[in-house]
Write a protein that binds this ligand. Structure first.
Ligand code: NAD
Length: 351
C-alpha cells in the first residue's frame, strides 16, 4: 500500500511498514530511528504476526518481526502486497523461505547485533549451573545460610567445547580462555586466524565431544544441524559433562537430553532455547492440546520434565535481551528497510 502524501512542495512515496512483537523500548527506539525517514510510514503492534494480526495490516509493503512471530504460508497469502520481511533477529528459521522465495519476497536479518550479548549470557548460564546460583539465592531467601547441596565446580582448568565459531562462538571461546579454560572448537568452516589469536584449537566433532567438560552450542538451526546433539553424540561426551544451548532448541534431541540427564551421562544443562519453544507459551499449548499432535504433546511433556529437573536451568530465549543489543537490532532493522527502499537491500537472506 505505497501511499502518496502531498506536502506543500513535494510528494513522498510512503513504504508502509508494520512492526510486530514491539515492546515499549522498541516503540521508542524505532520511532526515533525512523523519524528522519519520511518514506517510512510505521505502524507498531505489541502482538506477534500471525493469521489473525495479518488481517489488520493486509496492504502493508513490509513487516518487521521478532522470533515470536509465526509466519506461515497463510500469513503470507493474507499480505498480497508484502515485499520485505525484516527479521529483528539473527536466526530466520521462523520464516518459510521456500514460500517466500516463490513469492519474490525479500527477507533481511540482523547478522551481528549480539556476539558479546549472547556470549555473556552463555557464561551467565554456565556460571549459574556451575556454582548453583539459583539454588543459593533460594536458600538465602528462605532465611538459611546452609551450604549443603551448593558445592559447585571451577571453570578454570576445565575444557570448553564450542560448536560453531561464528560471531557468538568466537566470543564464547574468548571468554572461556579468560576464565582459564582450555577451549576446543568445531566448525565446518574453521577460522584459524581467530583461533590462533584467541588461543583455542579446532578438533573434529568426535574429539571435541570426547574432551569437553562443557559443550556450548553456537550454530544456526539448519537441516544439517537438526538434533546435532542426539543419543549417539551425547554418548560420546565424557560422563558428567554439561551442555549450554543459547542457539536454537532444535539443535538438541530433547528426549535424548532428558535420558542423559537422568542417567548422569550429563551432569546438567542450561537452556535458553527449547525445541518447539513456542509451546512454552500457554496459548500455543492450548492450541496444540486441541490439535492433538502426538509429537508436540510429547515435547510439551518433555519441557515440563526439564523445568522440574534440579540440574537443568531454562530461560525464555532471553540471551539477546540487553539494552545495547536491542538498540543495535533496531538500528540495523531500520537500515535494512531504508536500503530496501533505496533498491539495494542490505543483510538480505532470501530473494
Ligand atoms: P554465525 O552465522 O556468525 O555463526 C554460526 C557458525 O556456525 C558459522 O561459523 C558456521 O560455519 C557454523 N556452523 C554451521 N553448521 C555447523 C555445524 N554443523 N557444526 C558446527 N558449526 C556449524 O552465527 P552467530 O551470530 O554466531 O549466531 C549463532 C546462532 O545463535 C544463530 O544462528 C541463532 O540461532 C542463535 N542466537 C540466539 C540468540 C538468543 O537470544 N538465544 C541470539 C542471537 C543468536
Amino acid at each position: 500500500m505505497s501511499e502518496y502524501r502531498l506536502s506543500s512542495t513535494l510528494a513522498v512515496v510512503k513504504t508502509v511498514v508494520a512492526f510486530f512483537d514491539v515492546t515499549e523500548f522498541d516503540r521508542e527506539s524505532l520511532s526515533r530511528l525512523i523519524k528522519k525517514t519520511p518514506e517510512i510510514e510505521a505502524h507498531f503492534y505489541a502482538d506477534e504476526l500471525n493469521e489473525s494480526t495479518a488481517a489488520k495490516v493486509k496492504n502493508v509493503d513490509c513487516v518487521s518481526i521478532f522470533i515470536t512471530s509465526d509466519i506461515t504460508v497463510s500469513v503470507l497469502n493474507a499480505l498480497p502486497n508484502l515485499k520485505h520481511i525484516v527479521c529483528r533477529s539473527t536466526g530466520f528459521n521462523h520464516v518459510p523461505m521456500e514460500a517466500v522465495n516463490e513469492k519474490g519476497i525479500t527477507v533481511s536479518n540482523v547478522p551481528t547485533y549480539g556476539e558479546h550479548t549472547v556470549a555473556e549470557y552463555a557464561f551467565a548460564l554456565l556460571l549459574s549451573l556451575a556454582r548453583k546460583i539459583p539454588q543459593a539465592i533460594e536458600i538465602t531467601k528462605s532465611g538459611s545460610m546452609e551450604h549443603q547441596g551448593l558445592t559447585g565446580f571451577d571453570l578454570a582448568g576445565k575444557t570448553l567445547g564450542v560448536i560453531g565459531t561464528g560471531h557468538i562462538g568466537c566470543q564464547v571461546a574468548k571468554i572461556g580462555v579468560g576464565f582459564g579454560m582450555e577451549v576446543v572448537a568445531y566448525d565446518p568452516k574453521p577460522n584459524t586466524e581467530i583461533a590462533a589469536k584467541v588461543g583455542f584449537s579446532y578438533q573434529d566433532m568426535d574429539s571435541l565431544l570426547a574432551r569437553a567438560n562443557v559443550v556450548s552450542l553456537h550454530t544456526p538451526y539448519l537441516k544439517s544441524t537438526h538434533h546435532l546433539l542426539n543419543a549417539q553424540s551425547i554418548a560420546k561426551l565424557k560422563r558428567g559433562s554439561y551442555v549450554i544451548n543459547t542457539a536454537r532448541g532444535e539443535l538438541i534431541d530433547t528426549s535424548a537430553l532428558i535420558s542423559a540427564l537422568q542417567t548422569g551421562q550429563l551432569a546438567g544443562a542450561a537452556l535458553d532455547v527449547l525445541e518447539s519453544e513456542e509451546l512454552m507459551n500457554i496459548h500455543e499449548e492450548i492450541l496444540m492440546l486441541r490439535a492433538g499432535s502426538k509429537q508436540k504433546l510429547e515435547l510439551a511433556a518433555e519441557h515440563a520434565v526439564l523445568l522440574k529437573m534440579p540440574n537443568v536451568l531454562v530461560t525464555n530465549h532471553n540471551a539477546f535481551n540487553s539494552r545495547e543489543a536491542l538498540e543495535r537490532i533496531n538500528e540495523t532493522a531500520v537500515a535494512n528497510i531504508i536500503s530496501f527502499i533505496g533498491g539495494n537491500t542490505q543483510n538480505k537472506v532470501g530473494q
